[in-house]
Ligand binder design. Structure first.
Ligand code: ANZ
Ligand code: ZN
Length: 821
């Protein structure tokens, strides 16, 4: 007798789908299109449990849509630039490409074994010159529109990786990759002007409400951090150098509290602090600035640190009341938020109050609330109340006073209403090798010259290896003089290539547009093809990308839209964040020693059982604890399901309507429930329903209707189709055993007969003048009216009544109808 054996099934069907082009979209307009995408993997080694979970979930969606008759595009590729490859190359005296492409081969083989329904013909690698040529081209489009620019400023520097980091890559003050504490360094760096898009990035979130996880939207909103407020100009008394008329603007969200300002603070690390300080205090400031350098933004803003600062010896004049406020430099004010300077209102801002108490500065309440005096309690008040001590603003509410204060400063020409963002421009240059070179040439006479488009790609040299790639604080490319020194494309004089490479998040900000025409060597993307496919309908990936990747991809999409190349303005219509795979309730890690090797799991239980276990464990958003699941149990279930197909004896196409009704009910109920569970992303429930159906069918075969019943065949075919969502090898084998030659994924979703969904029916008797004449199968919860209607519609009854007038109808739902004629 044949038995279910995972290895046999994998050997039998592996490679077959690709040969048959089952996962290749037709793209001929014969069916509505759907685009499903999993966040592409970084080829760090072999597949791991995390990939296995994420891709199992994305595959359920892709397969379901294909079964429902959509033309599904489900591509895959590799985010193949990045530091790990470079670090491995340094260690092994190799080129990063060697490590990268070898890993890709390994992972690719595992993905194929894993049986995901992706179209391998669209595979792309961001580190291929054919790809990064277009990343560079896009950079040049940004550059031409002023959206890519260079500036000198203090940037986040990872001392270990010896490269700069975007704000988004600093987590709790440390490098997100190596966890080294990040410091600041002044450098001339490339930025993308994402701040120009801040409003649109916020406003367009209305397109994503209800389709993206709310927490992701909240994180993006918070990261962009729009705050409504005002710019207010303060004149610095006796300012150095500028004939006493130096103005400094502050950003405040509380212009109503202008009269409560008792001192003024500039960020200690801002140039402004050095410019304003009086001679006698300069040394003290310098020492303080050294101290501040070592601190991360998080530490600087921490509320439980003792406030520190240096008086600069100057005074700022309050434009509303002419008061002179002492100017301090402190670390709790950040150089790159707002204007880097604030008016301090200790009565109503806790940070200012802490500072005032450390340095004995006055506290003046200007909004009267029920709360205790902040000078006494040490707690600043932020609630509603009437304005006091505020001249023309006295008696107004907080909201009225904000509006009035803005009017006053606008009239006086000393400020205006403004919106401020927490979002900073995206620092994209990196002093590392394994990334797309920035396609700019620096010429002493011409300045920044874009590399002409017909000279793209600017290829990475392939002769640098090992130690030559080691981080030195500047890009390893700087040492490759043959590569660096070129003729200026504009004047022909001696010039140098930019030696920085792009943040790998640039590569991943547009790959979803490339999949649509991955081999196009005439353009980055094909606008016509993108129009056909539109947005990614379903994006699947980890919540760790809630800000970085998703924000950048949204930004790129808007810019590419503005370039006139695409119609849509948001890249991903729906987003699903799959959970993590844990072991023993904790994330798998080397230090805990609780790692589970995917390859070993696949060898032991087979692909289908592992996939089924992942999906069955919980809804896709929830974590899976591998210590609590049973791939062995999944195997037993698959074997049981598979055996059903072996047992069926009726022929394909047999008319199920002639079969046992209870079996049909079980089948149609399971299919209908599976569909609604799939639409609601309860993939685990689909498996539970399939298990129930398998049990019902086994019972039917072993007793009653038997293996020859066409209703049993209908049920077993449904099992194969449902299982094809998660257990492709078992499902395909069942389908062929059942006598089909084409792929199960092409079977189409079973059509549900609604009348079979009525679970509980009862036999109602229809009488004429008290004598039973007919019987009707009706739902138990049928209404009186409906039952009467059905009784009168019965052919038997109609014939018996003939032309006789109906005098009376007595209805006792659901069991009896008595007709009096
Ligand atoms: C006076 C004031 C009075 C403020 C008051 C608040 C409450 P959000 O909402 O985060 O935008 N601020 C401005 N620039 C700053 C910087 N570079 N570093 C640290 N703090 C800065 O915060 C805006 C408020 O944070 C501003 O409004 C300013 O303090 C402070 F009762 O101005 B406020
Ligand atoms: Zn030149």
């Amino acid at each position: 007798a044949q038995v279910w054996n995972a290895a046999d099934l994998e050997a039998r069907w592996g490679g077959w789908w690709e040969q048959q082009g089952v996962f290749r979209p037709l793209d001929d307009g014969s069916k509505p299109r759907r685009y499903v995408l999993d966040m592409f993997p970084y080829p760090s080694g072999d597949l791991h449990m995390g990939h296995a979970e994420a891709f199992a979930m994305g595959d359920v969606v892709a397969r379901y849509w294909q079964l429902r008759g959509y033309d599904v595009m489900h591509p895959i590729g590799w985010d193949s630039f990045g530091l790990p490859a470079e670090n491995a190359a340094i260690k092994r005296n190799a080129h990063p490409a060697e490590w990268t492409y070898k890993n890709i081969e390994t992972q690719k083989a595992s993905f194929k074994r894993y049986g995901i329904a992706v179209d391998w013909d669209r595979e792309l690698h961001t580190s291929d010159p054919e790809y990064y040529r277009w990343t560079q081209w896009l950079f040049l489009q940004f550059h031409a529109r002023g959206l890519a620019y260079r500036k000198n400023s203090p940037v986040n520097w990872c001392p270990k990786d010896q490269t700069v980091l975007a704000n988004e890559q600093v987590v709790d003050g440390a490098c997100e990759r190596c966890h080294t504490l990040v410091t600041k360094k002044a450098l001339n760096q490339w930025y993308f002007r994402i701040t120009d898009y801040a409003d649109r990035l916020l406003d367009d979130m209305s397109q994503l409400e209800g389709k993206w996880p709310e927490r992701v939207l909240a994180m993006q909103r918070n990261w962009i951090g729009r705050s409504q407020g005002a710019h207010v100009k303060f004149v610095i008394d006796d300012a150095p150098g500028s004939a006493g008329q130096r103005e400094v603007t502050v950003f405040t969200t509380r212009p109503d509290t202008l009269h409560g300002a008792t001192f003024f603070v500039v960020a200690a690390d801002a140039d402004l602090a050095k410019e304003l300080v009086t001679q006698d205090r300069a040394a003290e400031l310098d020492a303080y600035r050294e101290q501040v350098k070592a601190l991360s933004d998080i530490e600087r803003q921490s509320t439980d640190r003792e406030k520190t600062g240096v008086f600069l010896g100057r005074y700022a004049v309050n434009p509303l009341n002419g008061e002179k406020l002492p100017v301090w430099a402190a670390d709790y004010v950040l150089a790159d938020y707002g204007t880097g300077a604030i008016m301090a209102v200790p009565a109503h801002d806790q940070r200012d109050l802490d500072f005032a108490r450390s340095f004995d500065l006055p506290v003046r309440v200007v909004v009267e609330t029920e709360d205790e005096d902040p000078a006494v309690s040490g707690v600043a008040t932020a609630g509603e109340g009437r304005l006091i001590n505020s001249g023309a603003l006295d008696g107004l509410s907080k909201a009225e006073a904000i509006a009035r204060a803005v009017e006053l400063i606008e009239q006086a020409g000393t400020g205006e209403a403004t919106v401020n963002y927490r979002l900073r421009d995206w620092l994209l240059s990196r002093q590392r090798f394994w990334g797309a070179p920035i396609p700019i040439i620096h010429c002493d006479s011409c300045g920044e010259v874009p590399v002409p488009e017909d000279q793209l790609p600017v290829r990475l040299p392939d002769d640098l290896r090992g130690e030559q790639l080691a981080p030195k604080g500047q890009s390893p490319l700087a040492a490759a003089s043959d590569w660096v020194n070129v003729a200026c494309p504009s004047c022909g004089g001696a010039a140098q290539r930019d030696t920085d490479t792009m943040d790998t998040f640039v590569d991943s900000s547009w790959y979803f547009l490339r999949y649509v025409s991955p081999n196009d060597d005439a353009a980055a993307l094909d606008p016509e093809a993108v129009r056909r496919w539109g947005q990614v309908d379903q994006y699947v990936g980890g919540v760790e990308h809630a800000i970085l990747h998703l924000l950048y991809a949204r930004f790129f999409t808007k810019v590419v839209h503005d370039l006139g190349l695409i119609e849509h303005t948001e890249p991903f219509d729906r987003l699903l964040n799959q959970g993590q795979v844990l072991n023993g309730g904790r994330a798998m890690s080397k230090s805990l020693g609780n790692g589970v090797d995917l390859g070993e799991q696949l060898d032991e239980f087979g692909v289908d059982a592992v996939r089924l276990t992942m999906v069955f464990a919980s809804p896709p958003e929830d974590d899976v604890d591998w210590a609590d699941v049973s791939p062995g149990g999944a195997q037993k279930f698959l074997a049981r399901a598979w055996r059903l197909a072996q047992d069926v004896t009726s022929s394909p196409g047999a008319d199920a309507a002639t079969g046992a009704v209870d079996v049909r009910r079980a089948t149609h109920r399971a299919v209908a429930d599976a569909a609604s569970s799939l639409e609601n992303h309860k993939f685990n429930v689909v498996i539970a329903k399939t298990m129930e159906l398998v049990n019902a069918l086994r019972k039917a075969i072993d007793s009653g209707a038997g293996a020859a019943d066409p209703a049993v065949r209908e049920g077993v075919e449904a099992v194969a189709i449902l299982l094809s969502l998660v257990a492709p090898y078992t499902a395909e084998d069942m389908w062929h055993t059942l006598g089909h030659n084409d792929a199960v994924l092409r079977a189409g979703w079973p059509t549900v007969d609604e009348s079979l969904l009525v679970d509980d029916t009862i036999t109602a008797v229809v009488q004429i003048k008290g004598k039973v004449k007919d019987r009707l199968e009706v739902p138990v919860e049928i209404s009186e009216a409906e039952l009467q209607e059905r009784a009168l519609a019965s052919q038997v009854i109609k014939d018996l009544i003939g032309d006789a007038p109906v005098r009376k109808v007595i209805v006792r739902a659901p069991k009896l109808v008595n007709i009096v004629i």
